[in-house]
Design a protein around this ligand. Sequence first.
Ligand code: URA
Ligand code: CA
Length: 444
Amino acid sequence: MRALDIITKKRDGYTLTDQEINYLIRAYQQEEIPDYQISAWLMAIFLRGMNSEETAALTLAMVQSGNTVDLTGVSGIKVDKHSTGGVADTTTLVLAPLVAAAGVPVAKMSGRGLGFTGGTIDKLESIPGFCATLTQKQFITCLRQHNIAITGQSGDIAPADGKLYALRDVTATIESIPLIASSIMSKKIAAGADKIVLDVKVGRGAFMKDLNQAILLAEAMVKIGELVGRETMAVLTNMDQPLGQAVGNSLEIQEAIDVLSGNGPASLRDACLVLGSYMLVLGGKVTDVPTGKAVLNELLQNGQALLKFTDFITAQGGDAQIVQQPSRLPQAKCNRVITSSRAGYVQNIYADQIGYNAMLLGAGREKKGDTIDLAAGIMLHCRIGDYVDKSQPIASLYSNSMEKLDRTQHVIEMAITIGDEAVQPPALVLGIVDRNGYQANTFK
Ligand code: URA
Ligand code: CA
């Protein structure tokens, strides 16, 4: 086989065979094919697309490029959840202990934040002592003992995806549905999940800006799951405004503790109840979403979810006293309250601007390897549709650098717009995609 023939074939709009896709990925992994040929191939895929079978073959080729986690020794159906990335997306920190408390084992490999989206591993590392780099043996031991384990993604999970992603980043080939779908699914499959619940974010603060694109991405991922025998479904959730109130690492840990205690922002809790219910359905614990929500709500109210979070932190070496004493989490030296310049209705809270400026305050990385300020971030005190009085606090900013507060304050003020017109708050859950296709949201 020759790379040139395979590139030509895709350029001209033909369908590639499994053998051709496997050959390219394996040869690229072994550095037998140069970056420039793979770049041309990626652009051909970007322009011509891939059908479901090709996308599944690409996914499996990337899975096979590295190690896979074998969770067959852990009893129960392992259900993973993956978010396509958003702002103030604290769902994993809530869902993992919540769903584990309901009896479904949660084995998660999570990432670090990059650009304007946060990463679960950074958030967890704001807990003193917490270890997010478990060996495979430690990971499985934690999972067996506590029904929950979260670790950073090691370099040997789908390494071909890492190489392809780096190339896509510099060749304008990120925004391709088959390439995004295979990239996400390869990592989930290699991490050992039996079943997968996807949280596909839609809106200004997300990869997919409109619902139709999000449905296409969700359908592509659900189809990969079906073709490789890992049942997958997707919940489409709104990301025009940040999901919760907290944006920043230790701030989001605090917010997760609030939700796990039965409090916290309703938007974050509701998103977790829907996603968690689907995890229970796929995990075989309940037969429908309303029952799942009732089960999970009870675990939030009766303290079991918080207890599971405490066990999990302790098991991974963290200081579980943060649960009772949040002041043990990193605290910012400087803060500033932003107040409303006028009375009116909150028209927009630009999630991408909020996320970007939380990063500039120190909560995130501009580029790989940057160090972050675990205490930095933004607390929002309003949501789209709220009425606010003049001079009412609408956000608080936290940082260890006064200069960063000065630099970002104005942009954050501009990211929350207030006007005379009453605004309908956007729906949080837009719909789902499963093997029967897209269904608009029918609950609530
Ligand atoms: N997230 C991924 O893991 N891969 C993509 O291609 C896009 C988002
Ligand atoms: Ca996230």
